[in-house]
Structure formats: C-alpha cells, structure tokens
Design a binder for this molecule. Structure first.
Ligand code: HEM
Length: 510
C-alpha cells in the first residue's frame, strides 16, 4: 500500500516544486522589469565570509553579548555607505540610514512596507495591540489612543507630580551613590499606569506589594527573548525556551492584575472624572480578556521603557558633561523663579532643556533600530549604483532595517563632531538643515509618517518635568568617584527593543 503511494507522493512533490519554481521565476522577471523601468541599481553589498550569511548572525549575537551591537551596525554602514544589501541566513535583506529612504519607508511608500513577522515574533509576550496590528485594527487602536494623548490631559503636570515626589523621597532616603536607571523604569511605569489606566501601581514606593520586581524582571527577560527572535526574522520560531514562556506568563499575570483592579467596581470613578481613561474605552469595545491584555502590554512597553531610557541617558550624559549641567541649572534657576509654577508651556519654552533632551535622543534614540518588510515589490529612492544615488529595487517580502542610532551619528548630517554630546548644536547651522528632506527625515527619535509615536509630547513633557524637579531639589548631582568616563557611544549598551545603559546610571546625589 505504502509502496503504491510513493509514485503519487513523488508526483505531487515534483508538481509543487515546479509550480514554485515557475512562480518565483515569474516574480523575479516582473521585479527585474520594475527595476529597469525605475532605473534601479543594486546597493553596495555587505560582504559575507561564510556561506548563507551565517557570519552575519554570528557577528550580531557576539556583539550583542559584548553589549556593543550599535557599534557593529555603525561599522557596517561606514564600510558600505548609507544604504546596503546583505545576505542574512540565505535571504537578501536591506539596511538604510538615508533620510530620503526613511521618508519612503515611513511615509510616501508607507503602504508598501508592513510589519512583516513582527506580530508572530512578539505575540507570546505582546499579544495584539497597536504596535503589532496593521490595517483596520491598527487604525482603530490609534483612534482609541489619540484622545488620551492630547496634551490637555497632562497640561498642568499634575499627572507626573506624585511619581516624581516618590522618586525624590527614595533618593533622599538612599544617600550617597544611586543608580537612577532602575528608578526611572519604575517612575515611568507609575506614570504610564496612572495615565492610561486611571490609577498608578506606585511601584516606586511599594515595589514588592504590586509585584513590580517580578514584573520588571519578567518584562525584561521576555523582551530580551523577543529581541533574539527578531534577530532571526522568519526563523524566529527556533527560539521559544521555557524561560521565555514563563516570563510571558508573568507579564500577562501583571497585566491581568491591572485589568482586574481598574475595572473592578471598587475603582473610584470620581478620581478620573472628566479624564479620558484609555483602559475604560478599550474595555467597552473589547470584551475579550486576551485582546484587552494585549493592548495593555503594548502600551506599557511604549510608555515605560522608552521614556525611562531617555531619562537615564540624559543623566548619564549630564554627569559626564558638568558644563552642560551647569548651564541647564542656570536656565532652570532663571526660568523657575520662586513663586512661579511649572507647566507644559514653561517647560517647552526652556530652550536649553529642550536642546539637552533633543541631543540625548539624537545620540541615544530609545528605539535605535527597526525593521519593515515589503508587502509588494517597491524601491528605495536612493543608495544604488556606483554613485549610490540610483533607486534600489526591493522585492516583495524583503526585510528592510533602518538604524536611527546610526543615522543620527552621520557627520555629513550633524557635522564632524557628530559623536559628541553638544546640545548647543541645535542652535547652530547644521549640514542637516541644508536640505529639506534631510531636515525632516534625518532626525527621527519618534519616527514619522502615519505610525509616528503617539506619545512624543507626553514623553518629552514627562522627561523635562522630571529633570527640572530633580535639579531643583538636589544641588549636587555628579559622577561618583571611580565611575568610568568613556567616549560617547563606547560605553556598554543593552539593546532590547530599546537601548539602555548596561552598567546603569550611577550618580552621587545630595
Ligand atoms: C522618549 C520616549 C519615546 C520614544 C523615543 C518613542 C519612540 C517611538 C517610536 C520610534 C515609535 C515607532 C515604532 C514603530 O513604528 O515601529 C513609537 C510608537 C509609539 N509610541 Fe512612542 N516613544 C516614546 C514614548 C512614548 C510614550 C510615553 C507613549 C505613550 C504613553 C508612546 C506611545 C506610542 C505608541 C502608541 C506608538 C505606536 C504608534 C503606531 O504604531 O501607530 N510612546 N514610539
């Protein structure tokens, strides 16, 4: 019987392989015609030393283990130019740090670039939510969230005050050297939960009571595995160890706690009367617990880690650049005279403070690298051919990575001192501003186009407020004795979906 079936199975296999071959060939010919029509030429190729581009993966995992992944990407772009082609596990993939190409990916050709395997890669942790959705579901999530993030919701800064008060109290009690980074992660968790869910988990002052330590650890562990899965792209399913599954379970448990506490009848409606609370709106539209949980985890990631990293890098840089710190203190002293109160407008008008944050996000954009996958054959406007100015053909299904971290360090955009922390550059004439495309698409900490960060203003307001309050309260914030001062970008960095400081942000503070 089995023997009788063998020829049939063989025949089916031959038909399947031939059909695939013919379809692929047809697609390739159509792609080539598209490329010829648009004058596309190949981008420079990042050379592989080993078959199938296995060495690329090895380099990435090694650099990651050594906490210097961004340095590796920078090196690749310096080797080839701002747009490159590479072989990655047998498939062609592309990379770019060219503003004109960023405009195409994020805006003008937005419909050609999808999220690729992002949903499947992150699903065990994130579930479905604004980061992973596309099409109508994504639009619906964005519409639900937009009213929440209007600045009238936090204009008077009251939303941020309790968490910063808690932070100050903890620092006062700590005495001596303090690592600010874990505290900033708790601060932003508290603000984000207060803002989005109507009630803060107050992880700063009661970390154990709300299970924050378990949550923070699990959240980081889960994210680290998600990042590893990202590195394998289509082969992400190879990575699914028990540690990852357990961490995801813990994160889900924490999100469930938030849902239960905030949607229980005990919650005082009066505490958020008049305020738009995202969780309430999602809960009305989403009866399914898994869907609700997905939205929450997506937003916790968006609101917590990104702003915590911005704050950590800001202080990391300030204590290593005492003159900048001094100048910032002077601005705060002259703007916030006794009796005057802080508001979003006051913070926005503090030019040097804004420049400090802008410069920090230039050197350490919280989302340093990202990818999109083409849903149809398309092109990048520039980077191909001997002069690297011709369009580059990108066949359907290709991954295109872009590194804002590397783009923000280009000397031809930011000047020869691009790798220095110098907030003053934002008041000077930079090469970036000499070309309208570069000016608009050469600085992208929040990305751009239809999927631009919805929390940009919120994050900048929260960060500015926290910096001002800490500098007002503590007259001494300095680098502890023995702490290493290295060139910017040489320090160890931990790259998950965001980029944090491997050794933390230790400061002497009184
Ligand atoms: C310094 C802080 C922040 C930075 C640098 C940042 C950066 C980004 C970036 C680069 C993206 C695009 C991701 C992608 O398309 O793949 C993004 C998306 C998003 N961000 Fe932020 N973010 C920050 C803070 C926040 C905060 C505080 C919130 C909300 C409370 C927030 C909400 C969102 C949302 C909802 C999206 C998804 C938008 C969409 O896909 O339509 N972000 N953010």
């Amino acid at each position: 019987m089995t023997q009788a079936l063998l020829p049939l199975v063989g025949l089916i296999l031959i038909i399947w392989i031939s059909t695939r071959y013919i379809t692929r060939r047809r697609e390739r010919l159509a792609d080539e015609a598209f490329g010829r029509h648009h004058g596309c030429l190949p981008a420079p190729r990042l050379q592989n030393q080993r078959p199938f581009g296995v060495d690329r993966l090895e380099q990435i995992f090694r650099a990651d283990a050594e906490s210097r992944l961004m340095e590796l990407f920078l090196f690749h772009f310096r080797q080839t130019g701002s747009t490159l082609e590479q072989k990655f596990l047998g498939t062609k993939a592309y990379g770019t740090i060219e503003p004109a190409n960023m405009e195409a990916i994020l805006s003008t050709s937005f419909k050609d670039f999808g999220m690729g395997p992002r949903r499947d890669i992150t699903y065990p942790m994130f579930g479905d939510g604004i980061f992973t959705q596309e099409g109508a579901a994504w639009k619906q999530s964005r519409d639900m969230l937009r009213p929440q993030l209007q600045h009238k919701q936090y204009e008077n800064l009251e939303l941020f005050r309790p968490a910063v008060d808690d932070l100050i109290q903890i620092i006062q009690e700590s005495k001596g050297t303090v690592d600010l980074q874990p505290l900033f992660f708790r601060l932003t968790l508290d603000t984000t939960t207060a803002f989005l869910f109507g009630e803060s988990v107050r992880s700063l002052i009661t970390p154990e009571a709300v299970g924050e330590r378990t949550f923070a650890t699990s959240f980081n562990t889960a994210q680290q595995w998600v990042t590893k899965r990202f590195r394998l792209l289509d082969l992400y399913w190879f990575i699914n160890p028990p540690e990852f599954r357990q961490a995801c379970q813990d994160v889900h448990k924490f999100a469930d706690q938030i849902i239960d506490r905030n949607l229980s009848s005990n919650r005082t409606e009066s505490s958020d009367s008049g305020r738009y609370v995202f969780l309430d709106t999602v809960a009305k539209r989403t009866k399914d617990r898994t869907a609700l949980r997905g939205q929450i985890i997506n937003l916790l990631t968006a609101g917590r880690d990104t702003t915590a990293c911005l704050l950590s890098w800001t202080f990391f840089l300030l204590v290593r650049h005492p003159k900048v710190l001094e100048k910032l203190r002077a601005e705060i002293a002259s703007t916030c005279v006794p009796g005057s109160s802080l508001s979003r407008d006051v913070l926005r008008n503090m030019r040097y403070l804004q420049n400090v944050l802008r410069e920090t996000l230039r050197l350490y954009p919280s989302v340093p690298v990202n990818t999109r996958t083409t849903v149809r054959t398309t092109m990048l406007p520039t980077g191909g051919g001997p002069d690297r100015k011709s369009p580059v053909l990108i066949p359907k299904g290709s991954a295109v990575a872009f590194s804002v971290y590397s783009m923000h360090r280009r000397p031809d955009l930011y000047g020869m001192d691009a790798e220095l922390f110098r907030p003053e550059r934002w008041d000077e004439d930079m090469p970036l501003q000499h070309n309208p495309t570069n000016a608009k698409w050469g600085y992208l900490p929040f990305h751009g186009g239809p999927r631009i960060c919805l929390g940009m203003d919120f994050a900048l307001t929260e960060a500015a407020y926290t910096v001002v309050r800490l500098l007002q309260r503590f007259q001494t914030i300095k680098l502890p004795e023995g702490e290493v001062v290295e060139l910017v970008g040489v320090e160890k960095q931990t790259a998950t979906l965001v980029i944090s400081i491997t050794e933390g942000c230790k400061v002497d503070i009184e």
